[in-house]
Design a binder for this molecule. Structure first.
Ligand SMILES: CCCCCCCCCCCCCC(=O)SCCNC(=O)CCNC(=O)[C@H](O)C(C)(C)COP(=O)(O)OP(=O)(O)OC[C@H]1O[C@@H](n2cnc3c(N)ncnc32)[C@H](O)[C@@H]1OP(=O)(O)O
Ligand SMILES: Cc1cc2nc3c(=O)[nH]c(=O)nc-3n(C[C@H](O)[C@H](O)[C@H](O)COP(=O)(O)OP(=O)(O)OC[C@H]3O[C@@H](n4cnc5c(N)ncnc54)[C@H](O)[C@@H]3O)c2cc1C
Length: 668
């Protein structure tokens, strides 16, 4: 047993230096006092369930046992939530998200087999189904009385959705669709929960009716029997095997052998098939892609939460761990005293805040634009698509890199599963792959940027997120100033310059190739431009939020926000010097000053760094780390976790008698 909560004295010493009220920061981080209170209530209510107190460390279980334990935990949590709702407690959207990524991330460690049910199946019914279809399936899905998942990707195609091979052919005689997987490459492959958990799917297939092809459409299909859970007739279903992470998500494969489903099972909010087989086109084919956009938005928010966990672990550990004297006359310092350690952790703390702020803005934009789309106005859908694509990419890439840095910042102990980094990393890097491959999504944003640049050349007015392109064209950007504002301007110049160059090369290539081939040939520059554009959005959102905070929060907290903004901006500038040097004039003295300013900003922030991670308000039960617990009792926890290894439950392992001893004897 770990000793009772007694705070490590080095950690306490650092906490005593914090200049702002941590609770004020936590309220801001979770969107207000009510939201923070609710978050704490839910964490406590759910995680205190006796059935979640088991001493089983899933990392020691086999693949099959891990899945079974994950399902047991799913049911414990669902019962707990059902009970709460039966008592009249409403769980709103914000808290679903907290439940989704924070609590779940520690209860399941390697992902929940129900995440796609909650995050995608329900969403597909809600956004692609008619009111009648929602009445039939949505309520049961939300109450988890049917389980489902989102089945789009196939063995042969994930990115190129139009290339999917599964067909759905309407038979007007029986008023049914026949769903079929014609080839090996048409096996559906990857969907979460598909293998052994769900009994329904929303499947995307090529629609044929009256001999005509009508593109990719969504259909609801029951894949397992309610009673026996055996696969339904014509359904070939299974699991795809172990992965880098996400091992309890139960990703599966699925093939259809001419499976018949009734007409009412095509989700018809957008396109429709009438009884006689006539096809009614939707306003736009991309309306069927709405679920992907929503999940991309959720991923951005999830990345801030994952990184908050990683920096909390690295920061607390760096305050407790002492190693290597700096001044030989003094004792070994807390490792956070090493400036290189500050360089690893503080920019990652700043990133949590920048990503959280960007996620909030993206959610707002999502809500506004989906409301417009519902009322038939699709004009701003490309804005949302462009921003959600590049933010999904840049935040998953940045957080994957930062989690690695936090792990390395904990030295050898960071490599232990009990540190918590392994599971955080697995969950983060999965998001680099899913919901659109990262390069592909950057190229989507680039299409938008190229169109925007063409509008600049025609002297047209642009939407706010790309207005800086006009400023660049009229020569207003490009002078270096070492402040966050100056860095933003320099990045905008670099981005606009990169877009202009990509545009020029695209136009040149178009003289000898088709638009598509020319675009593909310009892919490297286009992807770079998108990445930079996203960095502009992240920095400008953070600046906006920090300036706003100055009006609403105490002076002490306002100053901390300013420190965070400075670290974020300097770090970003130093990491993007190459891109900026091409379009902005610097002297070597400017660069020297930038480095000095960065180092000074780390020093200035140091006394508040522990306060900010405490303000992320992640309880030990959610953090799940030997290195990052609130009390800093690192060494006791490491030892206690090691003692739980199954190998330590016996003095001598049987392999000694079976292999080692006979070998030693035979060589005597
Ligand atoms: C971390 C915690 C988070 C928790 C969250 C839950 C986690 C859940 C767990 C994990 C779950 C993982 C679950 C999973 O992984 S589910 C599977 C996810 N799969 C993908 O994301 C596939 C990626 N591919 C595509 O999205 C498209 O086919 C692409 C983008 C490649 C376009 O392909 P293509 O080139 O063939 O074009 P088109 O004919 O299709 O499109 C033509 C036009 O439409 C525009 N367009 C395209 N898309 C959209 C859109 N969405 N909104 C608005 N517009 C859109 C497009 O820009 C173009 O416009 P324009 O330029 O011509 O004007
Ligand atoms: C953990 C996990 C969970 C998932 N969950 C689900 C799920 O629930 N439901 C579901 O339907 N799917 C799911 N997926 C599938 C996922 O959405 C796809 O794997 C993802 O969209 C990438 O597609 P792909 O595998 O076809 O990659 P590919 O497109 O084959 O990518 C391979 C390489 O080709 C490059 N490439 C491809 N096209 C282009 C292009 N046009 N231009 C330049 N380069 C290109 C890519 O950049 C990449 O480098 C999941 C995947 C993972 C890893």
């Amino acid at each position: 047993m770990v000793a009772a909560q007694k705070i490590n004295k080095d950690l306490q010493e650092e906490r005593d230096k914090v200049t702002f009220v941590i609770e004020e920061f936590a309220k801001w981080f979770y969107g207000g006092p009510r939201q923070l209170h609710e978050k704490r209530f839910l964490e406590n209510y759910i995680l205190s369930d006796p059935d979640l107190q088991s001493d089983v460390d899933p990392s020691y279980l086999s693949h099959k046992e891990k899945y079974e334990e994950a399902i047991r935990r799913v049911v414990v949590i669902l019962k707990r939530i059902d009970k709460l709702q039966a008592e009249g407690h409403k769980i709103d959207n914000v808290h679903k998200k907290v439940l989704g990524s924070m609590i779940v991330s520690n209860v399941f460690k390697e992902g929940s087999p129900l995440t796609t049910h909650i995050g995608m199946f329900g969403q597909a019914l809600a956004s692609l189904g008619t009111p009648e279809q929602q009445a039939e399936w949505l309520d049961r899905a939300l109450r988890c009385r049917i389980w489902g998942t989102y089945v789009q990707t196939e063995l042969g195609h994930g990115t190129f959705v139009r290339g999917l091979e599964v067909t759905s052919t309407y038979d007007p005689k029986t008023k049914e669709f026949v769903i079929n997987s014609p080839t090996t490459t048409s096996y559906k492959w990857w969907p979460g929960g598909l293998a052994h958990t769900v009994n329904h799917v929303v499947v995307f297939a090529q629609l044929y009716s009256l001999g005509k092809h009508h593109g990719i459409q969504p259909f609801i299909v029951q894949v397992r029997d309610f009673e026996t859970h055996k696969p339904m007739k014509g359904i070939i279903i299974g699991e795809i095997g172990t992965k880098v992470g996400f091992n309890t998500v139960n990703n599966g494969f699925l093939a259809f052998d001419n499976v018949r489903i009734p007409l009412k099972n095509m989700l018809m909010r957008n396109s429709q098939v009438l009884e006689n087989g006539e096809f009614i086109k939707s306003q736009s084919p991309v309306l069927n892609y709405g679920v992907m956009t929503e999940v991309r938005v959720d991923i951005v928010n999830g990345m801030a939460q994952h990184l908050a966990k990683a920096v909390t672990i690295a920061m607390r550990y760096s305050t407790v761990r002492r190693q290597s004297p700096i001044d030989p006359k003094l004792p070994e310092p807390k490792i956070i005293e090493h400036v290189t350690q500050q360089m690893k952790i503080f920019p990652a703390i700043a990133k949590v805040i920048a990503i959280k702020v960007a996620a909030d803005k993206l959610y707002n934009l999502y809500d506004e634009i989906t409301a417009e789309v519902k009322s038939g106005n699709l004009s701003r859908l490309p804005d949302l698509h462009a921003l959600s694509c590049c933010l999904k990419v840049v935040t998953t890439n940045e957080v994957a890199q930062s989690v690695q840095i936090c792990r390395l910042a904990c030295g050898g102990h960071g490599f232990l599963n009990s540190s918590g980094f392994h599971d955080i990393y697995g969950n983060v890097v999965a998001a680099q792959h899913y919901e659109g491959e990262n390069t592909v999504l950057l190229l989507q944003t680039a299409r938008y940027l190229i169109k925007a640049w063409s509008q600049v050349l025609q002297g047209k007015k642009l939407t706010p997120s790309v207005e800086y392109l006009s400023a660049y064209k009229s020569g207003q950007l490009g002078k270096w100033k070492g402040s966050p504002n100056g860095i933003l301007t320099a990045l905008q110049a670099a981005t606009a310059g990169q877009i202009a160059l990509a545009y020029k090369h695209l136009e040149e290539r178009k003289k000898t190739s088709s638009v598509e081939v020319a675009t593909s040939q310009t892919g490297i520059e286009l992807a770079k431009a998108s990445e930079l554009h996203c960095q502009v959005f992240l920095l400008s959102s953070l600046m906006w939020s920090v300036n706003r905070a100055a009006k609403y929060f105490s002076k002490a907290l306002g100053e901390v926000f300013q420190d965070i903004l400075h670290i974020y901006a300097y770090d970003l500038a130093l990491r993007n010097l190459g891109s900026m040097l091409q379009f902005v004039s610097f002297s070597s003295a400017d660069l020297e000053q930038l480095q000095m300013d960065f180092e000074a900003s780390l020093k200035k922030f140091k006394n508040n760094s522990i306060g900010v991670v405490d303000g992320f308000d992640i309880p030990d039960s959610v953090l799940g780390s030997t290195l990052g617990a609130y009390d800093g009792d690192v060494y006791e926890r490491l030892l206690s976790a090691a003692k739980k290894s199954p190998l330590n439950q016996e003095d001598v392992n049987k392999s000694f008698d079976l292999y080692l001893k006979p070998f030693i004897k035979s060589n005597l």
